[in-house]
Design a protein around this ligand. Structure first.
Ligand code: SF4
Length: 114
């Protein structure tokens, strides 16, 4: 089974109702729904925190401390499709930086639940 990491928007997690980063990404990953084309194991779920300056270095630590190079990194739907957008960095830009730095595929979005 593939192993993946998920990055979520901490600003949304701290203030959102219905899914404060707790279940939507994890359910989609477990069932192979949404952006997951098969069930996968989530190794870590990293919380981005405004203004996002530590996100890439925290991601580096998640990979090092878990001692598992994920097969893919998913940018959560609440981060990839944020409305209004993140004022600091677009999900596309973050994905490009992560993909270049770690050489790991980055997928924008996780689930399609409402
Ligand atoms: S920097 Fe952007 S993506 Fe990260 S927590 Fe803040 S609003 Fe969310």
């Amino acid at each position: 089974m593939k192993k993946v990491g998920v990055i979520g928007c901490g600003s949304y997690m701290d203030s959102g109702y219905g899914c404060p980063g707790e279940w939507r990404c994890l359910k989609a990953a477990a069932l192979g729904e949404g952006k997951f084309d098969e069930p996968v194991q989530v190794i870590w779920h990293l919380k981005c925190q405004c203004p996002g300056r530590s996100t890439v270095s925290n991601l580096d630590m998640s990979i090092k401390m878990s001692d598992i190079k994920p097969d893919a990194i998913y940018v959560s739907s609440c981060m990839a499709y944020a409305m209004p957008d993140c004022p600091y960095r677009s999900a596309e830009e973050l994905a490009m930086v992560v993909q270049e730095k770690f050489g790991i595929d980055v997928i924008l979005g996780t689930h399609e639940y409402h």
